[in-house]
Design a protein around this ligand. Sequence first.
Ligand SMILES: Cc1cc2nc3c(=O)[nH]c(=O)nc-3n(C[C@H](O)[C@H](O)[C@H](O)COP(=O)(O)OP(=O)(O)OC[C@H]3O[C@@H](n4cnc5c(N)ncnc54)[C@H](O)[C@@H]3O)c2cc1C
Length: 431
Amino acid sequence: MNRVAVIGGGWAGLAAAVVLAESGTRVQVFEAARQLGGRARRVEVEGRALDNGQHILVGAYRDTLRLMRRVGVDVDRAMLRLPLELRLAGGFRMRAPRWPAPLHLAGALAGARGLAFGEKWAALRFMRSLRRSGYRLAADVAVADLLARHRQPEAVRARLWEPLCVAALNTPSRAASAQVFANVLRDTFEGDRSASDLLLPRADLGALFPDAAAAFIRERAGVVALGEPVRTIARAGDGFWTVENAGQFDAVIVACAPQHAAALVGNLEPLAPLAAQLSALRFEPIYTCYLQYPESVTLPFPMIGFESGAVHWAFDRGALSGHSGLVAAVTSASGPHEDAGHAAFTRLVHDALRTVVPDLPSPRWARVIAERRATFACTPGLHRPANETAVSGLLLAGDYTASDYPGTLESAVRSGIRAAALAADVELTPA
Ligand SMILES: Cc1cc2nc3c(=O)[nH]c(=O)nc-3n(C[C@H](O)[C@H](O)[C@H](O)COP(=O)(O)OP(=O)(O)OC[C@H]3O[C@@H](n4cnc5c(N)ncnc54)[C@H](O)[C@@H]3O)c2cc1C
């Protein structure tokens, strides 16, 4: 029977380990931290169970949802499913009617509040043009350039495309890959209408997948070891791999973030170019500011956007997870907020919230969690490494590996499934 080591217990590593364990492969997960989940994990802050950052999923996350169900997560209880609806503080509002895709998007745009007729028409023209091209660009460019080429009016950029681009790619439109943005639009708005549903976690990120994944792996004789940083991996002469003192493995899946993966594969001489490629990736931050208000405070909608300024989206954690009065405000990608300091950033968030909640009292408690390397910068023409490496039996998994998607849970999970297939010739069995 094959033995496979998985280094990293984020969503990519756990996805790989679940698929391997289900197929009967003996799998051992090594996680450096004391808890699973990596960049999508539960954190304990002054006695409060929070997440390292507010996450949002969409119905198009096919493999993530499949794998969550596979390990026993009740997806319908764990997340609030909202048919596509975007609301911004300034009055912009777009809601998809219950029509088949992609007509539902056309209906949402046609009925949007906060855009003039000509602006809606321009947005529809842009989507129609992307559809006609099969969502393939002749050459990748920045999203801002693509929008300029399609003469998207300022209001449409600011209220629709820019918020969607930054939320999905975690990269500002002037630097973001238009091809990856087109891929996201394709998967979200083509096919089934439910692909564009917003899925807002009601449970913490640990309960959303990592906890159940670890239990699933252990029930199938796999090992999930916490507080186990791997420092070296080496090839034994007989084609096996050694990982720390844990014995021999037929294959190793390196499922760490790129900067950590670079350090591990850099010791293996044929992989020096890969280590250089990994080290060359650039990152974008995500800031999440939690504010605890009196329990009576609610937002007008579970998720509200802000057109410009320091805050992008605010989530009503009371409406979502029962933490009454708790708001999570998110700012994606790099920007001036990074220089503001946490106290000043918290004030900016509070001021933004005051525009949507009349008579908002001061927060009783606040905390900023800054993830400085939240995702790789998803720039035009970026050459992302494949799951296979130049050394047989050594594979990569992670949100940054080559795929259609930006750095997201779905790209992490898909990469894990692919790496498992390459490591032990196994597949995720159909639901
Ligand atoms: C604040 C924030 C908000 C986000 N919001 C969203 C969102 O709304 N929607 C969405 O889809 N995505 C979102 N993302 C992105 C998403 O969280 C990531 O794409 C995904 O979690 C990456 O998973 P991964 O398994 O590839 O990597 P990681 O999560 O980085 O996992 C790698 C794991 O490897 C471990 N490790 C590293 N080195 C070693 C070693 N030497 N030995 C053993 N273990 C090691 C690490 O501790 C870590 O647990 C967000 C990310 C952040 C940070």
